[in-house]
Design a protein around this ligand. Structure first.
Ligand code: MG
Length: 345
C-alpha cells in the first residue's frame, strides 16, 4: 500500500467564535490522506486542533512516521495491527491516526463492495438528524444566522460569556419551534453555570455541552448533582479511558473521530458508554465531507449527531454525505463514498 497526503485550507462561512479562544478562527488547516492499494484509493482526513496538541505540521510529521509502516502492509485487512503499531510508535496524534483509520475502512468497504455502515451491520435509516451550529456573535449576526437556518429543526448554540441568556432568548425568538442544544466550551464556572442552566430550562434548551473547564472535575460532579438539564462531556471526554471519569459528572458524551483516533476507537467508546448508560453524540471539527462522512457511517449507533463541520466551511473540496437541513443522507457507494472533487474515483 502507498500513503500520500494533500494539505487543505478551509475557510469558515462565518468566523468560528466559541468560548475557548484557542480554537476560534476563520481558517482551518486540515490534511487529506490517501492510501492506495491495488488500484483502489482509500480516503481519510486529519482535522487537528491545538487544544488537543495537534496542528497541520504535527499531522504531517506523524504521517511521515506512519508511512513506512503502512507501506510495509500489503492490504487494509492488517488495519488492527497497523493501528496498534501506530499507537505503540506515536503518542497521541489522534487526528493523524484517525485519518489512517478512515482510509483503511474506506479500502475495506471498496474491496467488499459495501458501504461502511453495511460492513458494520447498520441501517442508514437510523441516523439521528444533525444539529446546525450557531457561533458566538453580535445580536444582529445571530438573528441573521438563525434566520438563515430557519429550516433546520435542531440548533446548537455556542455560548460562554455574560450575555448567554440573552443569546438563547434571541435564538428562541427567531426559531420558536427548533430544538436548542447549548455548548459552553468550558466557558462557565460552577455556580454561574447552575444559574445559567436554570434559566435555560424556561427557554426550552434540551441539554448543555461542556459547561465547565475539563480540569474542574469536582465542579463537574457538583453541577451534575444540581443541574435541571442533562450535561454532555466534550473536552472532558477525548477517549475510551476518559469515560469512567464521566460517570457521576455527565449524562452523555460527545465522540469525535479526530479526538479519539478514528472509527475503530469510536466503536469501543460507544460500547463503553452504553455499558455505563451514557447517551452518545457524534460530533466533528471544522472539516471536509470526508471527515464528517466517516463519522456518519457509525452514527446509526448513537443518540445525537452534530456533523455539520463541512456545512460550516465555504470551500469544501471533497464530496461525501449530503446534509439536507440537518438530515444526513449517505450514499450506497462502497467504502466511505468520499473523495476529492477535483479527482473523483
Ligand atoms: Mg463541544
Amino acid at each position: 500500500m502507498k500513503l500520500s497526503y494533500e494539505l487543505v485550507e478551509l475557510s469558515a462561512k462565518y468566523p468560528f467564535n466559541i468560548a475557548n479562544k484557542d480554537v476560534c478562527g476563520s481558517v482551518f488547516r486540515n490534511v487529506i490522506v490517501r492510501i492506495e492499494c491495488e488500484g483502489l484509493v482509500g480516503w481519510g482526513e486529519a482535522a487537528p486542533f491545538e487544544i488537543y496538541g495537534e496542528n497541520q505540521k504535527t499531522v504531517i510529521s506523524a504521517l511521515q512516521t506512519i508511512a513506512p509502516c503502512v507501506e510495509m502492509m500489503k492490504d487494509p485487512w492488517e488495519a488492527e495491527h497497523i493501528m496498534d503499531f501506530l499507537d505503540s510508535k506515536l503518542e497521541r496524534n489522534f487526528a493523524a491516526k484517525a485519518s489512517i483509520d478512515m482510509a483503511l475502512y474506506d479500502l475495506q468497504g471498496q474491496i467488499l463492495g459495501l458501504p461502511i455502515y453495511r460492513l458494520l451491520g447498520l441501517s442508514p435509516g437510523r441516523i439521528p438528524d444533525s444539529t446546525y451550529t450557531i457561533g458566538i456573535d453580535s445580536e444582529e449576526m445571530i438573528r441573521e444566522k438563525v434566520c438563515e437556518a430557519k429550516d433546520y429543526p435542531l440548533l446548537k448554540i455556542k455560548v460562554g460569556g455574560p450575555g448567554d441568556i440573552e443569546t438563547i432568548r434571541i435564538v428562541r425568538e427567531e426559531a420558536p419551534s427548533a430544538s436548542l442544544r447549548v455548548d459552553a466550551n468550558c466557558g462557565w464556572q460552577p455556580r454561574q453555570a447552575l444559574r445559567m442552566i436554570e434559566q435555560m430550562v424556561e427557554l426550552g434548551v434540551e441539554f448543555i455541552e461542556q459547561p465547565l473547564p475539563a480540569e474542574n472535575k469536582e465542579g463537574a460532579r457538583w453541577l451534575y448533582e444540581r443541574s435541571p438539564l442533562p450535561l454532555m462531556a466534550d473536552e472532558s471526554c477525548e477517549r475510551l479511558e476518559d469515560i469512567p471519569e464521566c460517570i457521576g459528572r455527565f449524562d452523555s458524551i460527545n465522540i469525535k473521530l479526530a479526538k479519539c483516533g478514528g472509527i475503530r476507537h469510536a466503536l469501543k467508546m460507544i460500547g463503553c458508554a452504553r455499558a455505563h448508560q451514557l447517551n452518545i453524540m457524534l460530533g466533528c471539527m471544522p472539516e471536509t465531507s470526508i471527515g464528517v462522512t466517516a463519522a456518519a457511517h457509525i452514527s446509526p449507533l448513537v443518540d445525537y449527531c452534530d456533523l455539520d463541520g463541512a456545512e460550516l466551511v465555504g470551500n469544501d473540496p471533497c464530496y461525501g454525505m449530503q446534509f439536507d437541513k440537518g438530515r444526513i443522507v449517505l450514499s450506497a457507494r462502497p467504502g466511505l463514498g468520499v473523495g476529492l472533487i477535483a479527482s473523483p474515483v
